[in-house]
Design a protein around this ligand. Sequence first.
Ligand code: SAH
Length: 440
Amino acid sequence: MNERDSEAVAALLRGRGYSIVDHEKEADVVLLNTCAVRDQAEQKAIGKAGHLGKIKRRNPNFMIGIMGCMAQNRGEALIDRLPDLDLLVGTQKFHRVPEMLDQLFASQRGLGPRPSTLIELGEEKGSEETIKDHTPGERKVSAFVSIMQGCNMHCTFCIVPKTRGEERYRSMEAICLEIEELVANGTKEVTLLGQIVNSYGMREIPYKKGKSPFVQLLERVHDIEGLERIRFTSPHPRGFQKDLVAAYGELEKLVPYVHLPLQSGSDRMLKLMRRPYTVRRYKEIVEQLRAVKPEMCLSTDIIVGFPGETEADFAETQTVFEDIGFDMAYLFKYSERAGTKAAEMEDDISDEIKEARNQALLEILGKRSLWRNQQLIGTVQEVLVEGPAKRGEHLYTGRNPGNRKVIFPGTERLIGEMVPVRIEEATISTIRGELVLAGV
Ligand code: SAH
């Protein structure tokens, strides 16, 4: 989501005549887009901004901005810590960045008073429709598309509802228009983005023939000619109803891959986290998905070391994690966020224990992913070619429907194409293959 927000700001700036340079050393302005989900992310951004502040002290014309969730979360208190900031931009004000920069540059040229830090942290009606720009002429084989902003859930650990505000949905028309333009520019795959995508349109758009607004949106996106693949992230187990499961059988562009955050394998923890589902219900969704698509790939988010997580709770997570068998997972050590409900509980699990639990899950994940990757050896995978591989001459990379990166010898001509690749080698991190030529 942050990547998408940054892209949209960059596109707006380009549209305004600014250019985006490859290296910060060449830049007149550096904007940091920030995350607040864990303390570590905030500390990293603060460290980086402090470092940029040193450059500014040598070159007063250099400008620094902080945007996004940390700006929203910490607000003006950030300026006490980072007095060199020129811009502080919240999550509903990304589209204001070009104007703000114009103002700063005008004052630099002596055309206006030198403002102290420019601050935009308010709420803005309609801001959900502002994350829509892509740089014209830049071809993205796979593109992110924001469908909504904000979150109405009350997970006790999570800062997102505070930093992103209440749920606001873009219109289906605007979303489809954006995707049609991307496709006209060569995009073949989109990932629909939202904090809880399956609550898209809830309470605004009525169900139609038993189909939720999100499934209606998927159907409309599916109708866009030239689009080959649809992904989305993240759905919530709570709203993962039969219509969404059935969509996997009906919409062939919908890839057999779901990122479905579980958070914990202990019902007691889920309750304390205020995640409104049980492990049993989660497993039921997985079974339903696998019944519709046996090749379904699954990934998840897990938090270890939530306040009060006992050895027994964690053992349940381990068992469930192993039983379900995830292809991929983001494993997080619980990080206390001021202002959340969970912050009222004691962060009583030591770092050592969090680390050990994290490692234990990583080990299970490693074995499972390696096994799953090796199952691909000898099969022919449909790969959407994204571009040259980072290393290796004539090597190209793309993804199979299960979102696995595949490397194979190819040519530039194949970028943006769906090609059949026979898998020959698989490690935990790399899958290699050869292009299958028609008639050979
Ligand atoms: N809206 C998404 C989650 C976005 S945050 C959803 O509910 O699925 C991405 C992930 O960060 C969460 O799923 C959770 O696993 C993790 N996370 C959120 N808050 C956290 C915290 N305080 N400490 C550690 N991990 C956290």
